[in-house]
Design a protein around this ligand. Structure first.
Ligand code: SF4
Ligand code: SF4
Ligand code: FES
Length: 405
């Protein structure tokens, strides 16, 4: 995104007294800010600012110092300055993150030329300098996944009783602070701006994983059938690397896919489920991907009309692969088996032989609660469940009496 040949303006803090001693612990840093005001009609350019701060202070502190001392027109969005509100998402040395959560010394270590380059997030239009239009992309996509609970009816008189593990499971997606860092680096979104995207899909899992929600099937079917939905993710890991809160959006997308295909058996029109099964079966059989079988298996088998159409559409790619000898007619027809195939088959047997799919949420790493607290919580849950059951029985008895009268 850094424009090659962009104008580089240099401005420095004027030192009024060259002999003035530098306060202890302060270090000088050069910030290279991407400046852009769409209303000015001027092309984007980079401007450098010298700032002086303790090395452990944040990049955001540096930007705010430049704004306060040098140029009040620098556009930057921030609020909490403590990695909570998600407002200060920016790209620092070409990596998305929170400016308030990145130390100046760390940013300097990652810089290639001794200057800390700060740019606005990608995949979103720039409003001014480092401020992007979150409404135009990020919030629109959040709204797309109905980001609120659609509870089961009838509503309980008291609170919902939810298994503890279910809430632990959705904790990871609940940790999102809506900073947009994952959106900035999403490769699928770069080529398909309509892709629902990592942050919104992580939000979708927050409700699909919540047992209180009543629309799991509808939510999943909607996102599986959408050509820009769960199957449009290319599994590139960029959103996992970008997220400052460990939400791991790609993992949430993979969970949505697993639940859509294995629990709800949604055979989507994008062939997403078939394609996943083609990969799973190929690895099970050969230990590697048999590319020659991917298209027919993903499109309903070698005789399916959709497979023939896709094969014809893929001819330029196939020709290129043959010319570059990535595939030869022999390897295409006789795909070799991994010498350790028996081991791989054993892994499949182990995983597929389980009565229940095991989903590991690796987000919670702290030791579990105090056993006494846990016992008290379980007693409370049992008491609330008994109370609800009694209420339901009472309601049923009243309804029966009224019906009899
Ligand atoms: S893994 Fe998927 S959602 Fe995440 S950045 Fe890559 S394409 Fe986007
Ligand atoms: S998933 Fe992570 S990177 Fe994406 S918006 Fe939420 S907190 Fe930011
Ligand atoms: S200012 Fe709130 S997250 Fe950085």
């Amino acid at each position: 995104m850094a424009a090659d040949g962009a104008d580089v303006l240099m401005s420095t803090i004027e030192n009024t007294d060259a002999t003035e001693a530098k306060p202890e612990g302060l270090q000088e840093f050069t910030l290279r800010l991407r400046r852009y005001d769409p209303e000015s009609g001027q092309a984007p350019y980079f401007e450098e600012f010298q700032i002086e701060l303790e090395p452990h202070r944040s990049v955001l502190d540096g930007i705010l110092q430049a704004k306060a001392k040098e140029d009040g027109s620098i556009g930057v969005r921030c609020s909490c300055r403590a990695a909570i509100c998600g407002s200060c998402g920016t790209r620092i040395n070409d990596k998305p993150g929170l400016a308030c959560h990145t130390h100046l010394d760390e940013a300097l270590k990652r810089s290639k030329d001794g200057k800390i380059t700060i740019e606005p997030l990608g995949n979103m239009p720039v409003i001014k300098d480092l401020i992007v239009d979150m409404d135009a992309v990020h919030w629109k996509k959040q709204a797309r996944v109905t980001p609120w609970l659609l509870p089961k009816e009838p509503l309980p008189e008291r609170e919902h009783i939810v298994p503890r593990e279910s809430m632990v499971d959705v904790t990871q997606s609940m940790a999102c602070i809506q900073c947009g860092a994952c959106v900035s680096d999403c490769l699928s979104m770069e080529i398909d701006p309509l892709f629902v995207g990592p942050a919104a899909l992580a939000k979708a899992y927050r409700f699909v994983g919540d047992p209180r929600d009543s629309r799991h099937a509808e939510r999943l079917s909607n996102l599986a059938e959408d050509p820009h939905g769960i199957y449009a993710c290319t599994h590139c890991f960029k959103c996992i690397e970008a997220c400052p809160k460990g939400v791991a959006p790609m993992s949430q997308i993979m969970r949505l896919r697993r639940i859509a295909s294995q629990d709800h058996h949604i055979n989507d029109r994008n062939n997403g489920e078939r394609h996943e099964m083609a990969i799973v079966n190929s690895v099970k059989k050969y230990g590697t991907l048999n590319e020659a079988k991917m298209v027919p298996d993903s499109y309903g088998g070698p005789l399916a009309p959709a497979a023939a159409k896709e094969l014809v559409a893929s001819l330029p790619v196939i020709t290129k692969a043959l010319l570059r000898r990535k595939v030869t007619p022999k390897t295409a027809l006789f795909h070799h088996k991994n010498p350790d195939q028996a081991q791989i088959k054993r892994i499949y047997q182990e995983v597929q032989g389980r009565e229940q799919r095991l989903e590991l949420n690796l987000y919670i790493t702290q030791p579990d609660e105090d056993p006494a607290e846990l016992a008290a919580h379980e007693a409370h849950v049992a008491e609330a469940a008994a109370h609800d059951a009694a209420e339901q029985a009472e309601r049923a008895a009243t309804n029966q009496t009224e019906a009899g009268a």
